[in-house]
Design a protein around this ligand. Structure first.
Ligand code: SF4
Length: 332
């Protein structure tokens, strides 16, 4: 039997860890044996698009493929169901008898149908077909916007005749939640796993710390994503549903157009959402946002306050928006 050639597929996010992972892959296996792929959520900062899709390809001499989740089938199903309700069928006839009724009326269904069309923005389309935004407890965004499109990309390479190593830039010391997720059972975390069917997972920087990551950039002469110099501790969605209070305050101060964009998304998703469903980007009761009114504009106002909520943090507001606020000391 002829062994299949191994292809090293690196998932690129535009963040420091995936960039360091790409550097290791290139050094060990050469560009010609690697593929680089970026899952576009449609909720990234313009600096991340420029960094991942323009700067890194030029600086590393690579091509970065882009994958986007597509929800055309889900839109068609949801539209067909709402059309039946708008035509007068009761919700129970369309969706069956459920513990929770969504209280769709003919008028609400007709109103939803006017705006329920794919936008081509994966994050927004996902929220429209799901009828709400993801939350820390129901973090379906990662699965639908990243894991599934990236897995499909890897499986397509296997179908082409390759064995695929999927390179993942995760680190144990990145966060408590990541540590507990990776070490869930207390068993030794494996940097390499054979999934089967020609697919394996490799986590080359699993035990690196953040200094190692930036050192790898420096040794290769690669700039980190400029967002790290602008107060962002991690690079991903702008904003991420899990972003901290301080990070949200920094986003609102430096990138108010992204807050305005998400506020508009809240309005659109509300129109296609069942009544009483959460339509806020940040959910009530999640760590860091507990007990606050939860439209993004409300949460931004809260993010500007000191602990206890009443008083605005004047020092935070006074910080010039162009000052370096890197959490990693990159300018030292
Ligand atoms: S970065 Fe945050 S908002 Fe974006 S897909 Fe991941 S968890 Fe969801």
């Amino acid at each position: 039997m002829i062994a299949r050639p191994t292809l090293h597929v690196v998932s690129m996010s535009g963040g420091k860890d995936s960039t360091a992972t790409a550097l290791v892959a290139i050094e060990l296996h050469g560009r010609e044996n690697c593929r680089f792929v970026f899952a576009d959520t449609g909720n990234e900062h313009e600096s991340t698009y420029a960094y991942a899709l323009d700067y890194l390809p030029r600086a590393l001499g690579i091509t970065v493929d882009v994958v986007r989740a597509d929800f055309a089938d889900e839109f068609a199903t949801k539209r067909a169901n709402l059309a039946r309700i708008a035509a007068g069928e009761p919700e129970s006839a369309v969706y069956g008898r459920r513990k929770f009724q969504y209280h769709w009326t003919r008028e609400l269904a007709a109103r939803a149908l006017e705006v329920l069309h794919p936008t081509g923005i994966p994050f927004l389309d996902l929220c429209m077909v799901r009828g709400g935004f993801p939350s820390r407890k129901r973090q379906f965004c990662t699965e639908y916007l990243k894991t599934e499109p990236l897995t499909e990309y890897a499986l397509a390479r296997i179908d082409e005749g390759h064995a695929v190593w999927s390179w993942q830039g995760v680190r144990i010391d990145e966060s408590e939640s990541r540590r507990s997720r990776l070490q869930g059972t207390g068993a030794c975390v494996r940097a390499f796993e054979v999934v089967g069917g020609g697919l394996s997972i490799y986590r080359p920087i699993l035990r690196w710390n953040v200094d190692n990551v930036f050192e790898a950039h420096a040794l290769a002469g690669i700039e980190p994503n400029p967002l790290y110099l602008q107060g962002m501790t991690r690079v991903g969605c702008m904003p991420c549903i899990n972003c901290s209070k301080a990070e949200l305050a920094a986003i609102a101060r430096r990138f108010p157009h992204h807050v305005a964009r998400v506020a508009e998304w809240e309005r659109i998703v509300s129109l296609v959402c069942r009544r009483d469903s959460p339509v806020s980007f940040f959910h009530r009761g999640t760590q860091g946002h507990a007990g606050q009114a939860t439209t993004i504009l409300d949460v931004v106002e809260w993010a500007k306050t000191t602990r206890g909520g009443r008083q605005y943090d004047l020092l935070a507001d006074a910080a010039p928006a162009t000052a370096c606020a890197s959490a990693y000391g990159l300018c030292e």
